[in-house]
Design a protein around this ligand. Structure first.
Ligand SMILES: [Zn+2]
Length: 366
């Protein structure tokens, strides 16, 4: 009920689309545990640290809303069924594709070098970014104008952070979950402001990509990039990346190299959860506070109750419940209130994706 009220409040705030930041001053409030909710020591059920009970999480973040991102990165990620986070400078984005084309025409006419003029491409517009968001990619706040925040006053820093969030909401209907500091700077009071208004932020640039190191051949670069993800999958945890241009613009990775790396990253998908940063942040926060109670409901059946631990409808996302069956089941099912829940057999484990709710779920296997 609290969650429903909060959802209504969040929707009402979203409808305002005003200059007020959506999450300003938001404080998490822990929910009391339901009577009797506790995990029995012998219960073979647990919550997966990362979705799908994978060992680690990784988020591809692409900075600055470049033409390469819509032309190359989006189709590449989608070919591998991956989704990314795109950090947008909200004050620099043309409203429509037609406006972007007109801006590119003007820039071509102003350019004296014919080769450079021919290479000028229209910037992605809000039309492009809304479509990307509709396909599950994350649009992140990368400030309004990409200034050097370190040299600004706290008021100017707050205006860049809050204005970026308001811009995403107004132009794309998206609430900013992730803030990426321009030039990886946060400025005076910036980190505190971001922490109060966003769920996720990137510090220090994360995993960098960029052009191959001097003297290094491209296959060696790709092997180095992919080795970092293999190491992440082996050690556990969550890392964010920083990618700018692929072929044209700041610090390009090179197209063939990046294509090969994304294919190799996708192949790690059973151990590495590759998802937008805001989505991982929501899961991370929700799963660390959620409560799971389990009781036997037959020889090969469990009754499970998965409850949210934080009072915020934003964090009501599917969490992976893992049941260790001790056998290799031939079939399994999970139901709640007459509805079937996604339930996958992985060796001796069952992986059930369920959103926290008051109602118990019944899991059975054979
Ligand atoms: Zn940037």
């Amino acid at each position: 009920m609290i969650a429903a009220r909060l959802a209504a409040a969040v929707l009402a705030m979203a409808a305002l689309a005003a200059a007020e930041p959506v999450w300003a001053g938001r404080q998490y409030q822990a929910l009391p545990a339901a009577a009797g909710a506790s995990v029995a020591a012998s219960a073979p059920a647990r919550l997966a640290r990362w979705q799908g009970d994978r060992a680690a999480a990784f988020s591809f973040i692409f900075d600055d809303g470049l033409a390469d991102h819509t032309a190359i990165v989006l189709p590449l990620l989608e070919a591998h069924r991956l989704r990314g986070t795109f950090a947008l400078v909200t004050g620099r984005i043309p409203a429509t594709a037609a406006e972007a084309a007109a801006q590119a025409d003007k820039a071509r006419q102003a350019e004296k070098d014919p080769a450079k003029a021919a290479a000028i491409r229209p910037r992605p517009s809000w039309e492009d970014w809304r479509a990307a968001a509709g396909r599950g990619h994350e649009l992140a706040n990368h400030s309004v104008s990409h200034p050097g925040l370190a040299k600004m006053t706290p008021e100017q820093v707050a205006a860049e952070i809050d204005g970026g969030a308001a811009g995403l909401l107004a132009a794309a209907g998206v609430r900013a979950l992730t803030f990426v500091g321009p030039g990886n700077q946060y400025g005076p009071g910036g980190l505190e402001r971001v922490r109060a208004t966003h769920l996720c932020w990137r510090i220090g640039g994360g995993l960098g990509y960029g052009r191959p190191q001097a003297g290094e051949d491209p296959p060696a670069t790709v092997a180095r990039w992919t080795a970092r993800l293999e190491s992440l999958a082996a050690k556990g945890g969550w890392q964010l990346s920083m990618v700018h241009a692929i072929i044209d613009g700041y610090d390009p990775t090179g197209e063939e190299a990046f294509r090969l790396h994304v294919a190799q990253a996708a192949a790690l998908g059973d151990r590495l959860w590759i998802a937008p940063a805001g989505e991982v942040a929501r899961y991370d926060l929700a799963v660390r506070h959620a409560r799971l109670a389990a009781e036997p409901a037959g020889e090969r059946a469990l009754r499970l109750r998965l409850e949210a631990g934080l009072d915020d409808a934003l964090l009501l996302v599917p969490l992976t419940v893992v049941v260790e069956t001790g056998i290799a089941p031939a079939a399994a099912s999970a139901r709640r209130g007459g509805a079937e829940l996604p339930c996958r057999i992985a060796g001796t484990r069952l992986l059930i994706d369920a959103t926290p709710a008051a109602e118990a779920m019944e899991v059975a296997w054979r």
